[in-house]
Write a protein that binds this ligand. Sequence first.
Ligand SMILES: Nc1ncnc2c1ncn2[C@@H]1O[C@H](COP(=O)(O)OP(=O)(O)OP(=O)(O)O)[C@@H](O)[C@H]1O
Length: 512
Amino acid sequence: MTTSPLLDATGVAKRYGAVAALKNASLSLLPGEVHALMGANGAGKSTLVKILTGAISANVGRILVRGQERDIRSPAKARKAGLVPVYQEPSLIPDLDVLSNLRLTNTPVEPFRNWVRELGVPDLDLRELARDVPLAIQRVLDLARALAVEPDVLLLDEMTAALPANLAERVLEVVKGQSRTGRSVIFISHRFVEIAALCDRATVLRDGETVGVVDIVPGVEERIVELMLGAKVEKRRVTQQRAEDAASPAGGSTRIAVRNLSVGTKLQDVSFDLKDGEVAGVVALEGQGQDELFAALAGSIRPAGGTIEVDGRQVRFSHPADAVQAGIAYVPGDRTEALAMQQSVRENIALPFSAAFRNWGPIRMGKEGATVQGAIERLQIDTRAQREVQRLSGGNQQKVTIARWIAADARTLLCFDPTRGIDVGTKQEIYKLLRQLAAQGKSVLFYTSELEEVQLVCDRAIVIFGGRVVDILPVEIADEAALTRAAYGLPRDAKADVGILADVHSDPVTRP
Ligand SMILES: Nc1ncnc2c1ncn2[C@@H]1O[C@H](COP(=O)(O)OP(=O)(O)OP(=O)(O)O)[C@@H](O)[C@H]1O
């Protein structure tokens, strides 16, 4: 007996002027199924999710819910039909407190609270302004808000991308729980390990079209990558391997020396060196002081104690421009912080040039045009909607934040989760790029929530727990298990328990 689909979309298309965001997408979802929606950056995944949840309307296409054509052309109608999303960007209104945000969307408060606790946030203050809630926790609140209305179909667009390991783990457990109770989930993620742990099947989009539906079985990864990249597959190195080290300068001198740095109660007595020619990884669970560390080095907050030296001279940054002046560039995890959303891709990349000249008028695009173009090509930025950055897909926006500093030739990059939401092929490009920058003598401090990236790009890992550096691991031993243990403040030996992902982690098929 075949089960009939809970949700069945066929022939869905959406145009924005000349840009075809979706050309011919289909997706069929069974009851109780966790279904991955996959595709490279810009393939159309978010567009399909927005159509299925009433945020935008398709130009053509047929969407059936439980075999019936339902009107889902507004978020309220979609919700009534049982379809509830968590979008890629945080959706709480920043100037309202959490409680007012709940009221605005008719979200039942007690179920919301329970889900927040279940998701690993025990002490939420509902009176806190949304803007003061850290990005990762905002994502958790978005999810709790969706779960509180008990949807038949939960649509999660890169829900885990901004989350550190401990919170991501809880999210995955909750998603599994949904399917156990017969509810369905559409799950977008660029992390294969999560897809393998959670999903039953995957629909793959390429350039706005559904190009395949596969069962998630051992070894399916390669097939998915082939489907995602199509003819481009030959050009990309898709197997995860450490980016080639072009001859790194031997024994670089100390570029930044951090000594006994403290920031409020969040960061205490932190000391380490960042050398020319190295990529140093920073690993930490949510809220261990990594945000404050990066903010202090980027000049956006002032430390309460300790010192920062750049090239042997003590510095006191009172503004991010001071850090830029010292050749230190910050790539924030929250792209909306970094980008001028209504300006073009080129203008956004050229922004540091204009800042360097203290010229905040119209951006001059003279000689730097070639450098900007080089950065666009390097990171394979999809520029079909380049006139306004806000029209780019999330992953392509993320690439713009990185391209800016490549073009500006900064000596030190502070990268905070730079591959968040970046597709597998382009991630490799970013790893290569960071290694090349190191080989040119530049230094990179690299916080990542994807632990496997440490061995793919870094020279060593600085682990922070409770606001302190608890371990500095050489890259040879900084595998996911070792990093997980250290990030939880545990000593180096003995085996780590990585929860729901443990089986997948030990499965050779899904390991890179
Ligand atoms: N409002 C808009 N105006 C113009 N083009 C748009 C708009 N919204 C999306 N697009 C374009 O539609 C295409 C698909 O975007 P979409 O966000 O659905 O991709 P995605 O698969 O979710 O990518 P990512 O993995 O990077 O999040 C992109 O080329 C994007 O630039």
